[in-house]
Design a protein around this ligand. Structure first.
Ligand code: CMP
Length: 140
């Protein structure tokens, strides 16, 4: 089925000037960008986004990293978009990411791991509405 998923190009990948390379991978895989914006997240916005990790030992570092520079937030649309995006990204830890995946090619550490992608239809719905109003999404 056609799905939507939330993608974030994280501060490390933005700093590497890899925005275009990463979006090209989404487009080449048949995913369409139907919403996009660049934002420098506040601590509150980043902490709310990752609220499910609040009690994890890495939460503080995660929020610190995600607020360290601008990010590019997008909604990707396509057949099986959630799983397709996760395949393109590779494993959370770049050291375990398969060759040719975004994290294998652009990420260095589990914190600075280049991209985020929704992990389920439920989280996709929550994450998309966390960043975009309906009037900011352009079906195509
Ligand atoms: P992301 O998909 O954005 O979701 C939560 C992020 O926390 C994850 O990517 C990693 O960048 C970061 N993180 C840091 N340490 C861990 C860990 N031990 N397990 C999972 N995620 C971690």
């Amino acid at each position: 089925a056609t799905e939507r998923t939330l993608s974030i190009i994280k501060p490390d990948a933005v700093a590497k000037n890899a925005i275009g390379d990463i979006i090209a991978r989404f487009e080449k895989a048949g995913l369409k960008v139907v919403a996009a914006k660049m934002v420098h997240l506040s601590e509150e916005k980043a902490g709310g986004f990752y609220a499910e990790h609040k009690e994890r030992p890495f939460f503080k570092d995660l929020v610190g990293f995600m607020t360290s520079g601008p990010v590019v937030v997008q909604v990707l649309e396509g057949e099986g978009a959630i799983a397709k995006n996760r395949d393109l990204m590779g494993a959370t830890n770049p050291k375990e990411a398969a060759p040719g995946t975004i994290r294998a090619d652009f990420a260095e550490t589990i914190d600075a791991n280049a991209v985020h992608g929704s992990d389920s239809p439920e989280s996709a719905e929550r994450e998309i509405s966390y960043f975009f109003g309906n009037d900011e999404i352009c079906p195509r």
